[in-house]
Design a binder for this molecule. Structure first.
Ligand code: AMP
Length: 429
């Protein structure tokens, strides 16, 4: 299906063609027509499916057809969980709206609010925001949402995980009752369904299995390794394999820093990206990783959420995630857009429970390969590492901790959905 068949304006089609898109992704095929008709949409889609264009293009079409008010009140509000995702959505909107008379901006926490306020004062049609900063500016009387016609909740499951439910409820209260609502989520827990039911009116349900997370497209391997030899092994893999672009996941921020330092000492160009890094450092690291000046990006799960990094050849789980669903999100970063990729997990005996949970979730026994000289001691303890030590740390500043991820499930093609018992497992990331 081509973009020409949607009835989009020439200005939008020109921008789409400039991006090099020729055919619609499945989620775009399913979501764009009902959004253009003004319907509420409940979409099951995660990063990598083309979901951003799936809601952005019809919004731009609707807004550009609508009445132009000289004051430019905010007419579309897009809420996202993280700053990176917010910045990426804005970047997409700017590209798609290049030939339209629509203004857009982004607001998120962790940076000075003044430039954001200046932008808002000049008038914007589309606002992308993380909930915390939006509420702050709203409380200061610096923002009006009274003219919002379209609301998007993107990565709604992440927003709930990160404790933004109360903020979302507060934002809903100041929006006009009559509006179009779009909710995108990768997973559908009881809480998400409840949120959706409270917001959406007769929604059209659309679902897309991410093209990038099919078993065929991703080669998954588990390398058993002694815990203390993981750093040495990953450095060996990168240098001997001459890997050029590798995304590495650690469970904690401290772990990300430590590994990055070791890689740099070994001559690998690496940077860490996590919630303790300032926005400038995060943006710089991501840009360096994308343009090839950095070989390795070491990330925690929450920091990596929503990052748009196309065609990643290697993803390495330096530590297995303690939330099995995160494994699926992590490996979904490789083999994107039909290209094959490799997802390698360095697995130490104390992660036995995590591996078992992941295999249960994906419904697969992951292939194990031993690497000579790195095998763990067969008598090493299989006791899990202690969880929940240290403060709960996140990338943003939600008001109310929210840990009920019960019945989280994945919309991937890896296997059965199952309840999660991991409510206490997110910490220190
Ligand atoms: P998203 O799921 O929105 O993060 O998009 C993932 C990637 O797919 C981004 O790099 C988009 O620029 C790209 N993309 C979105 N729609 C299309 C399309 N129809 N054809 C090719 N690439 C696309």
């Amino acid at each position: 299906m081509s973009f020409n068949s949607l009835g989009l304006s020439d200005a939008l089609l020109k921008a789409i063609s400039k991006k090099g898109y020729t055919t619609l992704s499945p989620i775009q095929q399913k979501a764009i027509p009902p959004i253009l008709e003004g319907k509420d949409v409940l979409a099951s889609a995660q990063t990598g499916t083309g979901k951003t264009a799936g809601f952005t293009l019809p919004i731009l079409q609707i807004l550009s057809q609508g009445q132009h008010l000289s004051r430019r009140p905010i007419r579309a509000l897009i809420l996202t969980p993280t700053r990176e995702l917010a910045a990426q959505i804005l970047a997409n909107i700017k590209e798609y709206s290049e030939f339209l008379d629509l203004r857009s901006t982004v607001i998120f926490g962790g940076v000075n609010q003044n430039p954001q306020v200046t932008q808002l004062r000049q008038g914007v049609d589309i606002l992308v925001a993380t909930p915390g900063r939006l509420i702050d500016l709203q409380n200061q009387g610096l923002i009006s949402l009274a003219k919002v016609e379209i609301l998007v909740l993107d990565e709604a499951d992440r927003m709930l995980d990160m404790g933004f439910l109360r903020d979302i409820e507060r934002i809903l209260k100041v929006l006009p009752a009559k509006r179009q609502n779009l909710l995108f989520s990768a997973t559908f827990s009881k809480d998400i369904k409840k949120l959706a039911m409270g917001i959406l009116h007769n929604p059209v349900h659309v679902e897309a299995t991410p093209e990038n997370t099919t078993v065929d497209a991703i080669i998954q391997k588990v390398y058993p390794v002694a815990k203390e030899k993981k750093t040495e092994l990953i450095i060996k893999l990168i240098t001997e394999g001459n890997w050029k672009q590798i995304l590495v996941f650690t469970r904690t921020k401290q772990g990300a820093n430590k590994l990055t330092e070791s890689m740099i000492s070994a001559g690998i160009k690496a940077a860490a990206i996590h919630g303790n890094k300032g926005q400038g450092a995060r943006t710089k690291a991501l840009a360096g990783f994308k343009d090839g000046s950095l070989t390795a990006l070491v990330a925690t799960d929450i920091a990596a959420r929503g990052l748009d990094i196309p065609l990643l050849p290697h993803v390495v789980n330096f530590e297995l995630p303690n939330i099995p669903e995160d494994y699926v999100h992590r490996i979904g970063r490789t083999g994107r857009a039909g290209a094959s990729g490799e997802a390698i997990s360095l697995f130490s005996p104390d992660e036995t429970v995590f591996l078992r949970d992941i295999e249960k979730l994906v419904g697969l026994k992951l292939p194990v390969e031993n690497i000579k000289g790195f095998e763990p001691d067969p008598n090493a303890s299989k006791e899990p590492i202690k969880q929940g030590q240290g403060r709960q740390q996140r990338d943003s500043t939600p008001r109310k901790p929210k840990t009920d991820t019960s019945n989280r499930s994945s919309n991937n093609s890896f296997g059965p959905r199952r309840p999660s018992q991991n409510n206490d497992r997110r910490s220190n990331r």
